[in-house]
Design a binder for this molecule. Structure first.
Ligand SMILES: [Zn+2]
Length: 132
């Protein structure tokens, strides 16, 4: 079980940059190719910018050409939640941090072999920790 992390909007605002807060707590989307990690090829882990839960790894990252960090699987299935998202006149599957409900991005079914999944994630929701 993932331990839940709960904080008030005020506490999140104090901890995060305005961009991180908008994406992670208000379900925003950073503009393509503007994020810190879409082109990051270093080995390491991507943690939740809000609570530090390990969400994705460089091992599962691939270059989707979309301008957002893309992964074909999460680091651990139990660390991410998914939810049906019917905003913007589309049905998409939202990806959230299982511990603190941070909005991470969306998952699509056009990913590479092995899983066929493409987790399209905002850099602003992630904190990269380079492998030593
Ligand atoms: Zn989190």
């Amino acid at each position: 079980m993932v331990q839940k992390v709960e904080k008030s909007p005020k506490e999140w605002k104090e901890q995060l940059t305005p961009e991180q807060y908008h994406v992670a707590r208000e379900k925003g989307t950073e503009r393509a190719f503007t994020g810190e990690y879409h082109d990051n090829k270093q080995p390491g882990v991507y943690k939740c910018v809000c609570c530090g839960t390990e969400l994705f790894r460089s091992d599962e990252k691939f270059d989707s050409g979309t301008g957002w960090p893309s992964f074909w699987a999460p680091a651990k299935a139990e660390n991410v939640d998914t939810k049906s998202d019917r905003s913007l006149f589309m049905v998409r599957t939202e990806v959230l941090c299982a511990a603190c409900d941070a909005h991470l991005g969306h998952v699509f079914n056009d990913g590479p072999a092995l899983t066929g999944k493409r987790y399209c994630i905002n850099s602003a929701s992630l904190d990269f920790e380079k492998k030593a």
